[in-house]
Design a protein around this ligand. Structure first.
Ligand code: PLP
Length: 393
């Protein structure tokens, strides 16, 4: 096969729901020489980054940073708090919830996976009834994906916490915020979450490579009892070293410099404003989808995700063919359908360092792609989105 290299001028549109576009300021901050990871400069950087990460998680408790993907942070949350044979209650909201439950199973945990249709979030009433029936407290943890990136559905973590409290059940609450932290309102302490799992490459606007856990007092106490084998993921060594600004291994220091600036950006804009921006861009995206006469994967408007939109293509059409045409013709990457919605769904990422005209370009690319791919739709989706953006402050 001959490798004909197509020249691409201008910017690639990276509109998958993570990794997201990395801002210039963050790129520049990372472009620097490596340095002594036991030196004074790195120590003050670490302390500053960890302090401000607490603001983003909205917690007063510790935050742990791993050089890892989000999957590593999933594993860390489980092995630090649970023992082999412990039961974990999880919910099949989509592909990522399923992957996390499979990981839990491979660690020797006994997973109770509540089936779902991949179009709705976690039902708090189901949480309450499952926990109420568990009179002997065999369930040790409830694991929830806050924003299911495969479907564009957000679950109500505060309502899940209330359901657990109504059941009077002592299980830990573990929450995956990999595609919501820094994009959608989230409150680790106020919502009584025990371990929050996050990663660098989505709302935090960094390249992939950092996994995060934020911990409650109860999670720390559980870690003292948990018997899952762990070494790299063990919270104890980093907690001890982090107090002085160091790590028990070589940290991903250039990513930490990027994180420092990403935190500047989030806190300069103000988290409330960041969430409002995401919510507005998400609403404009949904107006476009509605204008095209296409269907959202999410069924309940109360659960629509503000960080991505999953769009269903009509039967007989292939969402991946549409994505391929859009990539070839307009140099834009859209998210593929994952797991059982492969080919049925494409996903528009609208999170991270993103603004109105970037969204306008994104939606134009989708509308032209729908035309090219012969996917039946009405014209005017882009128009509806632009009108919303222009008229809504
Ligand atoms: C991206 C994502 C993951 C996986 O993270 P990796 O960094 O790819 O390991 C897990 N959960 C959710 C909700 C995600 O969006």
């Amino acid at each position: 096969m001959s490798e004909s290299k197509v020249h691409r001028s201008g910017r690639h549109f990276l509109q998958i729901p993570g990794p997201t576009n990395v801002p210039e300021r963050v790129l520049r901050a990372m472009s620097r020489a490596t340095e002594d990871h036991r030196g004074p400069e790195l120590a003050s950087l670490t302390l500053r980054v960890l302090r401000r990460l607490r603001e983003v998680f909205r917690t007063r408790g510790p935050v742990i940073l791993y050089p890892s993907s989000g999957t590593g942070a999933w594993e860390a949350a489980l092995v630090n708090t649970l023992s082999p044979g412990d039961r974990v209650l999880m919910f099949e909201t989509g592909h990522f919830a399923v992957l996390w439950s499979q990981l839990a199973g491979r660690l020797g945990l006994e997973v109770e996976l509540v089936p779902g249709d991949w179009r709705r979030g976690v039902n708090p009433a189901e949480v309450e009834s499952r926990l109420s029936r568990d009179a002997s407290y065999r369930i040790r943890a409830v694991g929830v994906v806050h924003n299911e990136t495969s479907t564009g559905v957000t679950s109500d973590v505060a309502a899940i916490r209330q359901a657990m409290d109504r059941a009077g059940h002592p299980a830990l609450l573990l929450v995956d915020t990999i595609s919501s932290l820094g994009s959608i309102d989230y409150r680790h302490d106020e919502w009584g979450v025990d371990v929050t799992v996050a990663a660098s490459q989505k709302g935090l606007m960094l390249p992939p490579g950092l996994g995060l856990n934020s911990l409650s007092e109860k999670a720390l106490a559980a870690a003292g009892q948990a018997r899952s084998p762990r070494s790299y993921w063990d919270w104890k060594p980093p907690l001890k070293e982090n107090a002085k600004g160091f790590f028990p291994y070589t940290p991903a220091s250039n990513l930490l410099y990027g994180l420092d600036v990403a935190l500047d950006m989030l806190l300069e804009e103000g988290l409330e404003n960041v969430f409002a921006r995401h919510s507005r861009l998400a609403e404009a995206t949904r107006r476009a989808v509605q204008g095209w006469g296409l269907e959202l994967q999410a069924l309940d408007p109360g659960e629509y995700s503000d960080s991505l939109t999953a769009v269903r293509v009509p039967g007989g059409h292939d969402a991946d063919r549409l994505r391929k045409l859009i990539l070839e013709r307009f140099d834009m990457s859209l998210g593929t359908g994952l797991g059982k919605v492969k080919g049925r769904v494409f996903r528009i990422g609208h999170l991270g360092d993103f603004n109105e005209l970037m969204l306008a370009g994104t939606l134009c690319g989708v509308e032209m792609g729908l035309d090219l791919a012969g996917v039946p739709h009405r014209p005017g989706g882009v128009g509806a989105a632009l009108q919303y953006l222009a008229r809504t402050p």
